[in-house]
Design a binder for this molecule. Structure first.
Ligand code: NAP
Length: 290
């Protein structure tokens, strides 16, 4: 079994990006600038945004965090998005999800200028991805593809089962895996909560990508010998032994499943850091496009 080490790969990507930023500076051009909008103070979102700022500092990007109160109105948030769309000093921005319930997330995503949509969530970005046109690829699916690329995982002709059909992970990664590209060219089955015979289906997977948010759902008996397993799931569970009071648990029973795999990612240090690295890649792209 070999670990798909997202910490290692993302550090490599950051080094590569830093070299490009150094070249941008040497040419006397403006360095990439990423902004993050944080509404309220959800603990996990606070963490993600703090990591993003740290990543930006490491690669030499400018970064701005805009903190807004949880009771901001939808209209006020739309105005903030319009302001960021118009701000020539900002190459790309994200609105950290989830948003408070009184705000329509789709309305906010639709309001983001597709040229600054470094999360790759806008209909324009998603449509371009479907058509195989240049675009900002959604960060987590792209991070998974980058892991396959860097570990030279053979995907062509393989049966890839994706568990979970969310707009941000399952659906886009199923599209990327089925594209005529490398990595890609897999035969993909997209499964969800209404799928029948899930265990049997999983056992037929050469590549299993799991993004359902159900702790340790995939057990060893659901995995074929030699499979490649990617665990996207990250659920916080209380843990008094941790300083933070919680630990992240994945969707895969890692300790037992790993014995059967050729490659496997672990919930911590797997897809998460790759997602952050993809965001940096998209921000660099946005800067260079402009
Ligand atoms: P989501 O919006 O929470 O949706 C869950 C998906 O899983 C839905 O499609 C649902 O099916 C399906 N599902 C739920 N229970 C199932 C079951 N028992 N059997 C089969 N399918 C089931 O998904 P998400 O936002 O992609 O998040 C999934 C997990 O990934 C979460 O733990 C999240 O924290 C994590 N995540 C991690 C990263 C990262 O960077 N590491 C990024 C994003 C998300 P239906 O559509 O039928 O309801």
């Amino acid at each position: 079994m070999q670990l798909l080490d997202g910490n290692f790969c993302s550090a490599e990507i950051r080094k590569e990006i830093k070299q490009q930023v150094d070249a941008i500076k040497a040419r006397g051009e403006r360095v990439p600038h990423l902004a993050a909008v944080l509404v309220g103070n959800d603990g996990a979102s606070e963490n993600y945004v703090a990591f993003k700022a740290k990543d930006c500092a490491e690669v030499g990007f400018d970064s701005t965090t805009i903190r807004l109160s949880a009771d901001i109105s939808e209209q006020e948030l739309l105005e903030k998005v319009a302001e960021l769309n118009a701000d020539a000093a900002i190459d790309g921005f994200i609105v950290q999800l989830p948003l408070p319930k009184h705000i329509d997330t789709n309305k906010i995503i639709l309001a983001i200028d597709p040229n600054k949509d470094v999360d790759g969530f806008s209909p324009v970005s998603v449509g371009n991805m479907l058509l195989g046109l240049p675009t900002f690829l959604s960060a987590t699916p792209n991070g998974i593809m980058e892991l396959f690329r860097r570990y030279q995982i053979e995907t062509e002709g393989k049966h890839c089962v994706v568990l979970g059909r969310s707009n941000i992970v399952g659906t886009p990664v199923s599209v990327l895996m089925s594209r005529n590209a490398n990595p890609g060219n897999a035969t993909v089955t997209l499964a969800h909560s209404r799928t029948r015979n899930l265990a049997e289906l999983c056992r037929s997977a050469d590549i299993l990508i799991v993004a359902i948010g159900k702790t340790e759902f995939v057990t060893a008996d659901m995995v074929k010998d030699g499979a490649v397993v990617v665990d996207v799931g990250q659920t916080r569970v209380p843990d008094a032994s941790k300083k933070s009071g919680f630990r992240n648990v994945g969707d895969v029973d890692f300790d037992n499943v790993k014995e059967k795999c050729s490659f496997i990612s672990y919930t911590n240090g797997g897809v998460g850091p790759m997602t952050r690295a993809s965001l940096l890649q998209n921000t660099l792209k946005a800067n260079q496009r402009r």
